[in-house]
Design a protein around this ligand. Structure first.
Ligand SMILES: Cc1ncc(C[n+]2csc(CCOP(=O)(O)OP(=O)(O)O)c2C)c(N)n1
Ligand SMILES: *[C@@H]1O[C@H](CO)[C@@H](O)[C@H](O)[C@H]1NC(C)=O
Ligand SMILES: *[C@@H]1O[C@H](CO)[C@@H](O)[C@H](O)[C@H]1NC(C)=O
Length: 609
């Protein structure tokens, strides 16, 4: 490892990006990869191999350097760092086989590592360990401490966090400077075994990393930022800066003289092969939904029932929740499959990271649930999940003003906008029990970030149990041969639209009602086709703020059509407590408001003639 250290160090300086952040961990990385970790370098995603997460993702060059030392990467490839046609991006991304989760937004690596360690210990019951390297600057992120609490609560003794205490952050020293004993105390307070080491001593590192572990372990490594480059060691002002040419050349000459030119290659130890093979293909429901037309059920409850059912026939389906399981109904899954339910407590950022970690290397089909609105605080984790090419399923309950009395702090009114903007996302918005069950099954088999938006009120079942559902396929739920307006609603507003259709019928005004089922992708073909039959007249109505919701999705779907007229109805200011019926009325998204909007649209188009 001593020899590798010098080589790694050399390569980092060659690559010349974030050199100071890399140099402080050259010894740590060398010991981890050539002494401690058991893995197959020729096959980085081998299911039995130890996992490594570089939480301080900006030190990517040091990760690439060790993988060059293993022989997996060509040394010449390192010089293509950050070039547009190279896989070696500025921060770790999973197009690199040796990366399971993207990092670079600080504070998220440990949560993902916890998800992997939980999977290793409790689902795979295998002997691989998980190692996570963090910077001291990122220890200010609350999400790190959410993960610390999770790891000790679940006794993840297969998890090791290495804290690179190099004193400095980007623009300022980290608040605890070099007080390693303070880091140790904090880790201990969170239930970890914390050991202080000299992070530049290969001997000390090999020793502590070989000790048997009975708890999650934090290696508090005191290091020097820029170690090995005398002019910049422990100095402010060098974070993320390439070294000036002359300085780099001088350092390289010096290191080159220290490289022992032996052809000896170090091989990491091979892992124990005890992780079970897993197939996540074709996660299907064995039978059709068992709801009856006209029966009443809240989609949030239908979610829990569907998930429990899916879990009955697919042993790799796991569920996570953040202490809301008797609101989201993930409790129904827990009751049937307690060993596959992970309580994440009130730490939604961490819950999303745990989900991402559990989903790596295709070990589990993960569903995580909480109130739709609480996913907003995990948006950075969600965005990173897309960059991680993660396949996770999220269910957000309690959407919109229709939750009623609890008031605006509990209402999801931004969630559609938020999830639509995630590049790998699919957004399901089922409106009854049957379509909710179908959404759960489809989500389990759809790649990327899937979001299922569920509602609190009980609504009638609209679909026969043999109705076929597809991602991106809308349903026309109400139609005559002579419709005047196409109304598009989802969840409670679809039921309001159907009620409005009955009311309007008495006035001899027919409307067509469409259930989009998925808001992304949106079935523009069906929408355009039916809206043409109503002379381009469309009304959208949604329990969400105007921005980024169903209405805007419909507008962009019909942007190329001429003669179309879209009227949007949505929540336009911060709501309050009240009964669901009162709130739907106040915010103008109930049946009466729809009736009025239809009349108005028809009278203004009559006037235009
Ligand atoms: C969430 C987040 N905030 C800010 C940044 C910008 N940033 C990148 S590195 C860095 C300093 C990191 O310091 P530390 O964790 O101590 O790592 P070091 O480079 O010192 O090893 C900052 C602020 C980021 N990448 N992610
Ligand atoms: C959830 O369960 C707890 C404990 O049984 C109970 O006190 C609480 O009222 C329940 N909450 C809901 C929303 O049902
Ligand atoms: C609108 O037309 C443009 C140009 O032909 C096309 O690229 C785009 O996909 C169309 N958008 C929709 C929503 O049909």
């Amino acid at each position: 490892a001593e020899h590798v250290k010098v080589c790694v160090f050399y390569l980092c300086v060659c690559m010349c990006h974030h050199p100071t952040s890399c140099c402080s961990v050259a010894e740590i990385m060398s010991v981890l990869f050539f002494h401690t970790m058991k893995y197959r370098p020729e096959e980085p995603r081998n299911i039995n191999s130890d996992r490594f997460v570089l939480s301080k993702g900006h030190a990517a060059p040091v990760l690439y350097a060790v993988w060059a030392e293993t022989g997996y990467l060509k040394e010449s490839e390192l010089l293509n760092l950050r070039k547009v046609d190279s896989i070696l991006e500025g921060h770790p991304v999973p197009k690199q086989q040796f990366v399971d989760v993207a990092t670079g937004s600080l504070g998220q690596g440990l949560g993902a590592a916890c998800g992997m360690a939980y999977t290793g210990k409790y689902f795979d019951k295998a002997s691989y360990s998980v190692y996570c390297l963090l910077g001291d600057g990122e220890m200010s992120e609350g999400s790190v401490w959410e993960a610390m609490a999770f790891a000790s609560y679940y006794q993840l003794d297969n998890l090791v966090a290495i804290l690179d205490i190099n004193r400095l952050g980007q623009s300022d020293p980290a608040p605890l400077q070099h007080h390693v004993e303070k880091y140790q105390k904090r880790c201990e307070a969170f239930g970890w075994n914390a050991i202080i080491v000299d992070g530049h001593s290969v001997d000390e590192l090999t020793k502590v990393l070989s000790q048997p572990r009975h708890q999650p372990t934090a290696i508090v490594a005191k290091t020097i930022k820029g170690k090995g480059i005398p002019a910049v060691e422990d100095k402010m002002g060098w974070h993320g800066k390439p070294l000036p040419k002359e300085m780099a050349e001088g350092v390289l000459k010096d290191i080159q003289a220290r490289i022992i030119n032996s052809n000896k290659r170090l091989y990491p130890a091979t892992p124990t092969e005890d992780a079970p093979p897993v197939s996540l293909r074709n996660v299907r429901m064995p039978s059709a939904p068992s709801y009856k037309l006209g029966e009443k059920i809240a989609t949030r409850k239908a979610y829990g029932m569907a998930l429990a059912k899916l879990g009955r026939y697919n042993e790799h389906v796991v569920a996570l929740d953040g202490d809301t399981k008797n609101s989201t109904f993930s409790e129904l899954f827990k009751n049937e499959h307690p060993e596959r339910y992970v309580e994440c407590y009130i730490a939604e950022q961490n819950m999303v990271s745990i989900a991402v970690g559990c989903a790596t290397r295709d070990r589990n089909v993960v569903f995580a649930s909480t109130f739709a609105t609480f996913f907003t605080r995990a948006y950075d984790q969600l965005r990173m999940a897309a960059i991680s090419e993660s396949n996770i399923n999220l269910c957000g309950s309690h959407c919109g003003v229709s939750i009623g009395e609890d008031g605006p702090s509990q209402m999801g009114l931004e969630d559609i906008a938020m999830f639509r903007a995630i590049p790998t996302s699919t957004v399901f918005y089922p409106s009854d029990g049957v379509s909710t069950e179908k959404a759960v099954e489809l989500a389990a088999n759809t790649k990327g970030v899937c979001f299922i938006r569920t509602s609190r009120p009980e609504n009638t079942v609209l679909y026969n149990s043999n109705e076929d559902f597809h991602v991106g396929q809308a349903k026309v739920v109400y139609k005559t041969n002579d419709d005047h307006v196409t109304v598009i609603g989802a969840g409670v507003t679809l039921h309001e639209a159907l009620a409005a259709a009955e009311m309007l019928k008495k006035e001899r005004i027919n409307i067509r009602v469409i259930d989009p089922f998925t808001i992304k992708p949106l079935d523009s073909k069906t929408i355009v086709e039916h809206a043409k039959a109503t002379r381009g007249r469309i009304i959208t109505v949604e329990d969400h703020y105007y921005e980024g919701g169903l209405g805007e999705a419909v507008c962009s779907a019909v942007v190329n059509e001429t003669g179309f007229n879209v009227h949007r109805m949505a929540v336009d200011h911060v709501p309050r407590s009240g009964t669901p019926t009162e709130l739907l009325k106040i915010f103008g998204i109930d049946r009466d408001a729809i009736v009025q909007a239809v009349r108005k649209m028809l009278s203004s188009s009559a006037n235009a003639k």
